[in-house]
Design a protein around this ligand. Structure first.
Ligand code: FAD
Length: 401
């Protein structure tokens, strides 16, 4: 059987950054278990769906991103046995560890919307939530001739809670520029009771974007079925359970998401299925040699790469403390960020903590739509991702730990 001092499950935004920081700290025996030979910069998919960048710009080979000194095991974890400090892979390997970092992201539950798996990418049904489907969003926006453009936000948690409305704002802006806005109705079915979790930004979005641009929003409504032949979406009112039929010419779908099944079914999970960690230290509440970070963790903040970037130094500081026989004492404040693209060349940069209080980076009111913040999203954040966080630094910011 195979043994490593530190095993990291998942080589996504979180796993690779943690591995790089551990390498910088001199850890020599680190393995990353990651099934995919491709790594995706998912935040680019919003721009791919709007025709701003090509989807190929969001992908790089995993092999080139594994930090020097770490070992890549190309396999998927299928079972955890934390009491025995072991796990098993789909390929049949038994791997033991002294310390475990769990970072396999979210599972996308396409099948939970009836009719979605077979209609995705065809006849008006599209989604920015996968590499395979994302080009269909731009195809639909580009070829739209007027009619109903329908968007949804499923019951949370989802990754990047801003992405569903970003897709809609970009479509709306494009229709306006094409001169077909007056022939188009944009409808947003949103499972939550507000447009955005942090009230500071929710108010700005409603007053500066949704109302003046005449977007129809229905809160506490959930997309439950797609009838592709009739081009109708079945929408459920979450207050009274009643359903309505919404005809669409274009339907941008955000699928429900959950913790990966192998996490849900393991002793590491909390009742909701996520890896049960302290929201301050990222240490597991029952297994002190286990940590978790990112979308698969129970951390009660919004699930973004920006949050992962903030969490990473805390996890590594605390893990190194535990390895040295000390208590973990670095406390994460829940910092997350969501670059809310409100149109071509316009962006509201939301940044907030566990209490949904703003914690803004720039010395101006970030609730205002700005071109400079759009340029940050388009050009600066990708560099910070590939050359900063995946390499284990918070370039160009010194980091919050
Ligand atoms: P991921 O990056 O998803 O990585 C998980 C990794 O685990 C994957 O490589 C996967 O292959 C691997 N894995 C899965 N199963 C197993 C297994 N059984 N065993 C081992 N490994 C496994 N964030 C922002 O900050 N800003 C944005 O503007 C933004 N926009 C977004 C737009 C879209 C459309 C999407 C989809 C996401 C967006 N995000 C954004 C969210 C961001 O991409 C995620 O929050 C971030 O990638 C989470 O990092 P993670 O490492 O937890 O998960």
């Amino acid at each position: 059987s195979i043994h490593h001092q530190i095993v990291i499950v998942g080589g996504g935004a979180a796993g690779l950054g943690v591995a790089a920081r551990l390498a910088h700290a001199g850890c020599k025996n680190v393995a990353i278990i990651e099934p995919s030979d491709k790594h995706y910069y998912q935040p680019f998919w919003t721009l791919v769906g709007a025709g701003v960048v090509k989807r190929e710009q969001s992908v790089r080979p995993t092999a080139g991103l594994i930090p020097n000194g770490a070992k890549w095991i190309q396999d998927a974890v299928s079972e955890f046995d934390p009491a025995a400090n072991r796990l098993r892979t789909r390929g049949g390997k038994d791997i033991s560890y002294d310390y475990l970092v769990v970072a396999p992201g979210l599972q996308i539950d396409w099948h939970k919307i009836k009719g979605l798996p077979e209609s995705l990418g065809k006849n008006g049904v599209c989604s920015n939530y996968s590499y395979d489907a994302v080009n269909s969003t731009w195809e639909n926006i580009r070829n739209f001739k007027g009619g109903n453009a329908v968007f949804n936000f499923p019951p949370p948690p989802i990754k990047c809670a801003g992405a569903p409305q970003k897709a809609m704002y970009l479509a709306e802006d494009y229709f306006r520029r094409q001169g077909i806005r007056d022939k188009s109705r944009l409808v947003y079915y949103c499972a939550t009771p507000t447009i955005f979790s942090a009230p500071h930004y929710a108010k700005a979005l409603t007053e500066q974007v949704v109302k003046p641009r005449d977007i129809e929003v229905h809160f506490k409504h959930d997309l439950v079925e797609i009838r592709a032949a009739a081009k109708e979406a079945v929408i459920q009112n979450l207050d009274n359970g009643e359903t309505i039929l919404q005809p669409y010419d274009m339907l941008h779908v955000v699928p429900p998401m959950s913790a990966p099944d192998f996490v849900k079914q393991s002793p590491l999970a909390n009742a909701a299925g996520y890896v049960d960690v302290s929201k301050e230290t990222l240490q597991h509440v029952r297994y002190p040699n286990v940590f978790s970070i990112g979308d698969a963790s129970s951390l009660p903040t919004s699930k973004t790469a920006a949050a992962v970037r903030a969490q990473s130094p805390f996890l590594v500081t605390n893990l190194l403390a535990v390895i040295a026989g000390r208590q973990p004492t670095a406390n994460y404040d829940g910092y997350t960020s969501c670059p809310l693209i409100t149109g071509y060349g316009k962006l509201i940069l939301a940044e907030f903590d566990y209490d949904l209080n703003p914690c803004e980076t720039f010395p101006f009111d970030q609730r205002k739509e700005r071109y400079s913040m759009y340029l940050l999203k388009r050009y600066v954040l990708p560099v910070m991702y590939w050359d900063g966080m995946l390499k284990g630094s918070n370039f160009p910011k010194p980091g919050r730990a």
